[in-house]
Design a protein around this ligand. Sequence first.
Ligand SMILES: O=C(O)CCC(=O)C(=O)O
Length: 291
Amino acid sequence: MTTVPTRPPLVYSNSVAIPFTEERFVPLPDSSALLGDAAALRARLAEDGALHLRGVLDPDEIWALRAAYFGRFPPGYLRPGTDPAAGVLGEEVVPLPPYGVPGHPAYEFVRSTAFLRFVDQPALRLIAETVLGEPVHRLARVILRHFDRRSGKSSRAHVDHTYMDRGSGRVVTMWLPIGHAPLETGGLVYLEGSHRLTPEELAPLRSVTDRPHDQRPLSHDLNWVGERIGRRWLWADYEAGDIALHGPHTVHAALDNATDAMRMSVDVRFAVRADRADERWLRPWAADDGA
Ligand SMILES: O=C(O)CCC(=O)C(=O)O
């Protein structure tokens, strides 16, 4: 096994170790050079199931959004003396309402003017229209995620279609890191060529799970998934201003955050305007909305 130089020998997802080797991981290519060429961008998405677009959004706006979010937490939540934009977790365990429900800063923040202005910026819609080839609308349910190093939790392997199968399949998801999200901070990873897997091929990937009562996600064990299906995970060192974009059938997950800086991201979805949308996605997100 060949370890990728200068990176940790092991990374984790949901506290399960994965050797950071060339057998398990491969870089997600930067497709930003194709942004001026709609046909090439669409062809790359059809081929890879996901795109990494570097440096599309204004990083200053991203850092301001990050500061505005972490600035809403009570004193002691962030390391004293640090800038809210850095989002450095403090030592103190500060009591908070459950994540993303009324009273928690994430719930209020996704309803704020600053957040809605950010997700409605024309650059995002334009890219969605480029890859979907038709006028689109933004789905109201925009999820804000933030993960700290204490939780040992991250997003399990899944495909978006499982969660939005009551409406148009002509949907695109944009995952936006709000701050830097290098490998160590636990960015998104995509399973190579997984958008071509059939439901029958995906089904066995639910057999090893830490959520036996929930049939929607695939496994939490990304090492086992890679081995079982014989495919690698595509990874990137995401930076503020980047976009990771995927279709509804691409298997993706996230790595655990091993740094003091919190991993913050939003996922924004666009659907073809002429199609019927899944109604569960037409209301602002709350972590307990059941969708
Ligand atoms: O941010 C994450 O951890 C998961 C995001 C995700 O599942 C998505 O963008 O579709």
